[in-house]
Design a protein. Structure first.
Length: 558
């Protein structure tokens, strides 16, 4: 089997210890050695590394060399410096790290230690530097040229291969380079890279010797792949006809496969020494037998190991990027959800409104609203079943419906019936409890309670619950609803709360309950009431969203 000659010659230099920044822009590939005490990066032409991106500040970041420890420092940039998907102010750089300035979608700058740098202590046959060290030790450096031509060829080829691998940034680039290099080395007809996902091996990329993309088919020996995974080492057969066991495999016999190389891609944890299976490299050929030397096998193993390490870093960076984007989107959703509730409650000549909502997660399913009409003020509070984003989406939808209906002066029973119909006819799997009321200037109140925590009427002599209730909205199609009435006198008020307050538990498993809320109902500030609930359940974390609305009636004379 023929193998392509190396594209360039490189000399082994054990003293080479200068890291390099590598990146590609519209002007091509760039390599910037970090051989100074500091290297500046920014948009200004006077910087050592100039990045023409409007998101990048003029003096964006600097890389410092402090006793052969390289550290990136953000220089109070506008849009931040990101290391492997995480925004940093100051962080130590390691081989394979990816820097991005101003945006997670911006230019990817790779921090790489030069091959054979000697910065990693001790030879390791599972790394490029280790293999180079072991090969170079065959003879003193002064006699390196006396090594056999084939060994020098493999050494040069491996150096070129390592540079190509490290130039890749995204997963597709790394996998493409990995397949191209191993197809060159082995001379087989095709290769596949499988990545582990949910305990299964899923095809990530397939190439033939001509560089064309190929799809996985039944000719791939899954049995060989399984043998490699189970043994945690390379499974290789140069000539399947010479092995009675392998030649009897159905896939090998039917498809006349002559040579197979299946190499697990594993990342070893330097502390625990445990390995993590990331994927598998599979190569095979139907034409000729394999003819790899011992050095070739070492080179093949080393390339797979280096690719696994790079792949691990990129996967971590992408996972962190996805998690960060999810956190950002969740924060935006939380701001939108919070913004849908009134920032400033209506100022009413005859009453004072207070309200506050605290989600137990980043975003919640509770909401409140208050709308001032010509003859009354409308107040609503609701709690959608569940927590988090799904509950918040339904809550935002219901809030829009209820707000529009109150503004159009629909009756409270009609609004409840409409919300119930909406939830029952949509396949969202959610229901809600709510209280809607209208407070008029003379203190009269019309309210409707749909399965919600009973409102508390706080009077001078007593605190009582408003008992009238209706079915929960979203559970019973065709349910009917009716409102009730009560009267407020000056100085009296109503408290509307969600069950996150009533069901708050302390360490002894005791619930705060409506009785607990009644005991502090005289507190003037709703924030003080919510703080009391939080102290009651401390150190336990809140298990549900907490929302509280207080309506203080002061009378017309106010």
């Amino acid at each position: 089997m023929t193998r392509l000659a190396p594209s360039a010659n490189y000399q082994v230099n054990a003293a080479m210890d200068v890291p390099i920044l590598r990146y590609a822009d519209q002007d091509g590939q760039h390599s910037v050695p970090l051989n100074a005490a500091s290297t500046s990066i920014g948009r200004s032409p006077g910087q050592d590394v100039v990045v023409s991106d409007p998101c990048v500040s003029r003096q964006h970041a600097i890389i410092l060399n402090e006793a052969n420890v390289w550290t990136v420092v953000d220089r109070n940039s506008t849009h931040g410096t990101f290391l492997n998907g995480t925004r940093v102010q100051r962080a130590e750089l390691k081989h394979g790290d990816i820097l991005q300035l101003g945006s997670m979608d911006g230019l990817r700058i790779h921090f790489q230690l030069e091959i054979g740098s000697g910065l990693d202590a001790g030879p390791d046959h599972n790394s490029v530097s280790g293999l180079l060290s072991s090969m170079a030790s065959l003879a003193p450096s002064s006699q390196l040229n006396s090594l056999e031509g084939s060994q020098i060829e493999r050494l040069n080829w491996l150096l070129s291969a390592a540079r190509q691998l490290n130039a890749g940034g995204a997963i597709t680039e790394i996998l493409t380079t990995l397949l191209q290099l191993t197809l060159q080395l082995t001379g087989v007809e095709r290769g596949f890279v499988f990545l582990r996902k949910d305990s299964e091996m899923k095809l990530a990329l397939g190439l033939n010797a001509d560089g064309r993309i190929v799809e996985e088919d039944s000719t791939v020996s899954r049995r060989a792949m399984q043998r490699a995974i189970e043994s945690e080492s390379k499974f290789s057969i140069s000539d399947t006809t010479a092995d009675e066991n392998v030649s009897a495999w159905a896939s090998v016999m039917i498809n006349k496969i002559r040579s197979i190389y299946a190499i697990p891609l594993r990342k070893r944890d330097s502390k625990s020494q445990q390995t993590e299976l990331l994927g598998l490299l599979y190569l095979d050929s139907q034409i000729g037998v394999g003819n790899l030397s011992e050095v070739d096998h070492q080179v093949l193993d080393t390339i797979a190991t280096e690719a696994a390490a790079l792949l691990h870093n990129v996967l971590l960076a992408e996972e962190e990027y996805k998690a960060r984007r999810a956190r950002e989107e969740l924060a935006i959703a939380a701001r939108i959800h919070s913004g849908l509730m009134p920032i400033t409650l209506p100022v009413i000549p005859y009453a004072v409104l207070q309200a506050k909502s605290i989600p137990c997660l980043e975003i919640g399913g509770d909401f409140y609203d208050a709308i001032m009409l010509e003859d009354c003020v409308c107040v609503g509070i609701a709690d959608v079943s569940g927590k988090g984003v799904p509950a918040a989406i339904v809550a935002a939808t219901l809030q829009g419906i209820i707000h529009a209906q109150l503004c159009s002066r629909q009756s409270l029973p009609d609004i409840a019936a409409l919300v119930n119909h909406f939830l029952c006819t949509r396949n969202v799997g959610k229901y809600a409890t709510m209280v809607l009321l209208k407070l008029f200037a003379d203190g009269s109140v019309e309210y409707i309670n749909c399965g919600h925590v009973k409102p508390l009427l706080v009077q001078s002599a007593e605190i009582r619950e408003l008992e009238e209730a209706n079915p929960i909205v979203g559970l019973l199609a065709g349910a009917t609803y009716a409102s009730a009435r009560c009267k407020l006198h000056p100085g009296e008020r109503l408290l509307l709360a969600t069950d996150g307050l009533a069901e708050a538990e302390n360490s002894a498993g005791e619930c705060f309950g409506n009785s607990g809320l009644g005991a502090i109902a005289h507190y003037e500030d709703v924030a003080e009431i919510l703080d009391s609930v939080a102290r009651f359940q401390a150190p336990n974390a809140a298990q549900d969203d907490c929302t509280l609305v207080a309506i203080q009636y002061n009378g017309l004379q106010a």
